[in-house]
Design a protein around this ligand. Sequence first.
Ligand code: SF4
Ligand code: SF4
Length: 170
Amino acid sequence: MGIKIVPRHGSSFKDKTYIWAIFSGMKTTFKKFSKNLADTNCIPTCEYPEAQPDDITDRYRGMHRLTHRDDDSVRCVACFMCATACPAECIFIEAEERTDGVDEKQPSRFDIDLLECIFCGYCVEACPCDAIRMDTGIFSIIARTREEFVVNKEQLLKNRGAFGQENSIA
Ligand code: SF4
Ligand code: SF4
């Protein structure tokens, strides 16, 4: 059987000098640069944070929120399904008895560590009662300390839906 010897890529003098590769890259750069200079509407980036993007789709997974019942109380029944499904293990829930007869339990503590969260949306998928969503449109989360990135129940309840779907089930 004949053996085909394939020359090692990058072993020629032309490849070793990198000159052609550099010119080829610069050609693309200048082509895009001159096109954007002629028509700034073509530029696919914005001057964030001065200019905020206005084309966030309602499927975008932003910061979480806990949804409300019609009486504005927390919808969450502290079943721990979201915390169990979370691959980053960044949801911390403590349950307490609910005494108003609406349900058996509610969370006394519901924290999410946003530094550990990978924004996969599994918690939203796992929730049996639509109590947690990621439709706040908050995609820029800024804090000075690690602790400030842990959002608690009160903060999560304060967040509202950004796409006109406050609560979809009764
Ligand atoms: S989005 Fe994913 S990683 Fe973040 S809290 Fe939900 S399940 Fe966990
Ligand atoms: S948010 Fe949903 S899944 Fe998580 S504990 Fe509450 S009811 Fe259960």
